[in-house]
Design a protein around this ligand. Structure first.
Ligand SMILES: *Cc1c(COP(=O)(O)O)cnc(C)c1O
Length: 452
């Protein structure tokens, strides 16, 4: 099937030819036409990693209007874990579209929302009694987790960590660490947000998890005081901040301290959740049970949905009408989420994420052995990164990172970077990618490193 002449009727999903195919330069002429229109119609602040005009996607590929087929190593930032246009999702969403599209759950409820809440209560770590509330975006769910924690504890301060990313709304910009591009010029930010040092094994000078936690806790006690602190929010593995996996014991020590001090421990699993790390949730790797867990990205196969799930006594603290929103828990997104969760479970995608992880870690470690510019290989499951450095000094090498990403893009591989210092290449393939495509994509990255 050729898609070149029929972009509007292109069909995506796993039936798309699973191949890297370049028929023009990237971006090709049709993509450039769209970019020209975009430049005169869309706000300049909305940027692109890889500017192509997408017409179809599925399995492990994204197809553009020029007929190029690119290997997807980004999943639209960890969203399409089940792949684009996953069959169960398409079927469930189509049925829901034909039944009804919107009532506003806080006007008149429907079963899909409740069923998603039941699923999340069952799947998230811990066997305590739980409740869930649904929202639209990751940032909106993070905001609501903070609202809930403040209401429950009757305290105000919130601690976030170095390199954290929690979103782009006002409160979540404040929680996010990195100035450019997320915060610059957008202040003032919300008050009562404090930052603590993370455990960052590659750059921590040998601090173990317990020591790094003690350092953070000492700062919190001296500068804020537990009696003022409503919540600690942390990504169990940092996403945007550089795929930083804290040293073992760091998260558990924070949870222990939070529990002992009437502080709500919020795990932001927006990026790490839903099979991505080779577990349903990354908290499981460290054996922690967060009080509240925030999810979004991988939850609904690409439809906008997010959730806060947690201890019933905390979740139930807010007054009736205090939580909600016009579109929160849209029936269409809920139908997609139920089908997405079924797909992760029925298709063995938690296991698949582990396999993808062994391919990634194995190949990247082999590259690292031969290339001292790869300072670190880290991550879990299908959430793996390399940190690129100056081999002499260990200083972050953002220029090299940019060159490798640019090379990959030109060669038809969607590759994302991240990190406070812009020197991390992150691998977040859909869990439906084949080993062949994954290995081909990694080969392109290796060649990019060689040529840089
Ligand atoms: C992406 C992300 C968010 C924000 O989610 P949006 O849906 O973009 O608002 C929050 N936290 C983490 C860890 C994320 O990766």
């Amino acid at each position: 099937m050729t898609l070149v002449d029929t972009p509007a009727t292109a069909t995506g999903g796993p039936a798309l030819a699973q191949e890297r195919r370049l028929v023009t330069a990237i971006p090709g002429p049709r993509s450039q036409e769209l970019l020209a229109r975009k430049a005169s119609a869309v706000a300049a602040g909305v940027g692109h990693t890889l500017p192509i005009s997408v017409v179809a996607a599925g399995g492990g590929v994204v197809v553009d209007a020029d007929g190029n087929s690119l290997i997807d190593l980004g999943s639209g930032i960890a969203v399409t874990g089940v792949g684009n246009s996953a069959p169960r999702v398409v079927e469930a969403v189509t049925a829901q579209l034909n039944a009804f599209t919107h009532t506003c759950f806080t006007v008149s409820p429907y079963e899909g929302y409740v069923a998603v809440a039941e699923k999340l209560n069952e799947l998230t770590p811990g066997d305590h009694v739980k409740r869930t509330a649904l929202f639209n975006s990751g940032a909106e769910a993070v905001e609501n987790a903070v609202k809930i924690a403040r209401h429950y504890t009757k305290k105000q301060a919130v601690v976030a960590f170095d390199h954290a990313y929690h979103g782009r709304t006002n409160l979540t910009m404040g929680l996010t660490a990195k100035n450019q591009p997320y915060k610059n010029g957008f202040g003032p930010f919300a008050p009562e947000i404090y930052r603590a040092p993370l455990s960052y094994p590659f750059r921590d000078g040998g601090l173990d998890g317990r020591e790094a936690a003690a350092r953070a806790i000492l700062g919190i006690e001296k500068q804020i005081g537990a009696e003022n602190l409503a919540a600690i929010i942390i990504e169990p593995i940092q996403g945007e901040g550089g795929f930083i996996v804290p040293a073992p014991g760091f998260l558990a020590a924070l949870v222990e301290w939070a529990t002992a001090n009437d502080v709500v421990f919020i795990a932001d699993e927006v990026q790490t959740g839903f099979a991505r790390t080779g577990a349903w949730f990354a908290s499981e790797h460290e054996g922690i049970v967060p009080d509240l867990i925030v999810t979004a990205k991988g939850i609904a196969g690409g439809l906008p949905l997010s959730a806060v799930t947690g201890r019933a006594e905390i979740m139930d603290a807010a007054q009736v009408g205090g939580l909600g929103g016009t579109y929160t828990g849209s029936p269409i997104a809920c139908a997609a989420a139920l089908a997405t969760i079924e797909t992760y479970a029925e298709d063995g995608l938690v296991e698949r994420a582990k396999e993808i992880g062994s391919v990634l870690i194995g190949r990247l470690n082999a590259l690292r052995t031969a290339d001292a510019r790869i300072g670190d290989v880290r991550g879990r499951g299908a959430m793996v990164a390399i940190e690129l450095v100056d081999p002499e000094t260990g200083a972050p090498d953002a220029a090299l990172t940019g060159k490798v990403a640019k090379y990959a893009h030109e060669q038809g591989v969607i590759l994302l970077t991240c990190g406070t210092y812009g020197n991390v290449i992150r691998f977040l393939p859909p869990l439906t990618i084949s080993d062949e495509l994954l290995i081909e994509g990694l080969g392109v990255v290796a060649e990019g490193l060689k040529q840089a």
